[in-house]
Design a protein around this ligand. Sequence first.
Ligand SMILES: Nc1ncnc2c1ncn2[C@@H]1O[C@H](COP(=O)(O)OP(=O)(O)OP(=O)(O)O)[C@@H](O)[C@H]1O
Ligand SMILES: [Mg+2]
Length: 200
Amino acid sequence: MKDDPNAHIICRDLFKIYKRAGLEVVALRGLDMEVATGEMVAILGSSGSGKSTLLNILAGLDKPSAGHIRVGTRDLLNISDAELVMYRRLDVGFVWQVPGRNLVPYLSAVENVSLPMAIAGVQKRERRKSAGDLLSALGLEGKLNRQPHQLSGGEQQRVAIALAIANSPPLLLADEPTGELDTESAAEVFRLLQSLLFLL
Ligand SMILES: Nc1ncnc2c1ncn2[C@@H]1O[C@H](COP(=O)(O)OP(=O)(O)OP(=O)(O)O)[C@@H](O)[C@H]1O
Ligand SMILES: [Mg+2]
């Protein structure tokens, strides 16, 4: 199959095999997938079907066992450690299910969102302003200086989304980002994720 040059993500015949204590678990078995630039995709499947495995690979947190996977210009199967660091820093944002896992607990919302910008080398004054603007755009003006434990679960996930998109990565991944939220907050976070398609 010929690769579509407009696709941002291409997976072909992708395999992930976990080996532990002599046991092999095939978590991905020949996955084919294409995602276009600007496209929003939801991945559905029963528990244990490999959704988190795929997201971890796309996030550059885990390596596939075999196959072909390209994100942007990067080949994630044959990527050097140095390139992987750059990929994680600039090319992808990630929102986890548990709000506490997304944020540094002793930093304020604005400090949390500033972190990835600091790592990318943005100057202090500029990153505080951008982080504040971004949080305000996501409806958190007035809560910039609160620490995660002073925010609701839904608000924490909104901060997590702001953190994940702080460096404007071309790819935003979210693994059950509303799994820990009540129905109303979940709907709000989903609306926010959808609106990002127009915001970014
Ligand atoms: N680090 C690991 N070591 C060994 N096996 C693993 C590891 N991580 C996941 N697995 C196995 O790989 C398979 C896929 O797991 P994965 O977490 O990707 O599923 P999932 O679709 O995200 O499930 P859920 O909906 O419950 O979150 C499962 O059989 C799981 O037990
Ligand atoms: Mg999962």
